[in-house]
Write a protein that binds this ligand. Structure first.
Ligand SMILES: NC(=O)c1ccc[n+]([C@@H]2O[C@H](COP(=O)([O-])OP(=O)(O)OC[C@H]3O[C@@H](n4cnc5c(N)ncnc54)[C@H](OP(=O)(O)O)[C@@H]3O)[C@@H](O)[C@H]2O)c1
Length: 278
């Protein structure tokens, strides 16, 4: 009976990961959310789920003590083990997500996003949140059978993709995700000898507007379309379009199932995953 912990599964890709994993009665799925009461899409999923195999825990990833408490609560339910940790939580703002270095009003505005909002929010969530999640759940993972730690990564934080796709936007967010990919490499070298597989798996460009919060669905849709258009303008023959959370997660979960030691420390792009699965 494989056990999974999905960190940040209230909506978007994380919610779909929980949905697909919980559709198999053999799986036990633990999902952490910042706020149980605000996670209405997840509450709906739990209420309608075919099996009673989803367990919701509350923890903001910027709060390492809350993550430890969630891991302890989980340990009581599983007898102290966890097979797969999927770190999905990340913070993105649709209004400035796609900004490149030339898109800020001035140097102060750029600094504000890179230093203030990044350190207070995005860097703390996207990078340190991942570190704290791994540290909190590591004792359980050590007792698990598969020992997989997965970061939901992105091509937007990969140097080679940024170069080929001329992706000058997503500068602040991409920088935080690039740092998170480095965290994957660091944990890989720390844990590989203990039989762990630590990898970053990209979901592709995913339209998550249907589960966006605070009425921001339309803003997300417009931001996504602008981004797609920008990339097509740069590289007209570059097939790049947003996919549904369902399509994305089907591919991502197949990739996670197939991970072996050869993937330890690696970033696995979405196209690469599709190619391997065809
Ligand atoms: N969508 C894409 O095209 C795309 C492409 C490449 C990679 N990704 C990656 O995929 C992952 C999911 O993205 P998404 O598009 O599904 O985004 P999303 O719809 O905005 O969902 C983000 C999730 O992260 C959670 N989260 C944010 N801050 C948190 C915190 N401090 N503590 C705990 N949870 C927190 C959110 O919870 P709340 O509801 O509490 O805010 C939500 O569940 C991210 O790692 C992202 O970098 C996305």
């Amino acid at each position: 009976m494989p056990s999974y912990a999905v960190i940040g599964g209230s909506r978007g890709i994380g919610l779909e990961i929980v949905r697909q994993l919980s559709s198999d009665s053999e799986n036990t799925v633990f999902v952490t959310v910042r706020s149980r009461s605000a996670s209405t899409y997840l509450a709906d999923l739990v209420a309608k789920a075919k099996y009673r195999n989803i367990h919701v825990l509350e923890a903001d990833v910027i709060d390492h003590l809350a993550l430890k408490a969630a891991a302890e609560e989980m340990a009581k339910a599983t007898g102290g083990s966890l097979d797969v940790l999927i770190n999905n939580a990340a913070r993105m703002e649709p209004t400035n997500l796609y900004n490149g270095f030339f898109d800020y009003e001035d140097g102060d505005a750029l600094d504000t996003e890179f230093l203030e909002s990044m350190s207070a929010f995005a860097f703390k969530v996207n990078v340190l949140g991942f570190v704290h999640s791994v540290n909190a759940f590591l004792p359980l993972l050590r007792k698990g059978s598969t020992k997989k730690i997965v970061l939901i990564g992105t091509e937007g934080g990969e140097r080679e993709f940024v170069r080929v796709a001329h992706l000058h936007g997503m500068s602040a967010y991409g920088t935080t995700k690039a740092a998170a990919h480095m965290v994957v490499a660091k944990y890989a070298v720390l844990l590989e000898r203990d039989g762990f597989i630590v990898a970053s798996v990209a979901p592709g460009l995913v339209d998550v507007s249907a589960t966006a919060t605070g009425g921001s669905g339309q803003i997300w849709k417009e931001a996504l379309e602008t981004q797609e258009a920008k990339i097509r303008k740069e590289i007209p023959d570059f097939m790049f379009h947003a996919i549904s959370p369902e399509d994305s997660v089907t591919t991502v979960l197949r990739t996670i199932a197939a991970l072996d030691l050869s993937h330890c420390g690696k970033f696995i792009g979405h196209r690469e995953q599709k190619a391997a699965q065809n």
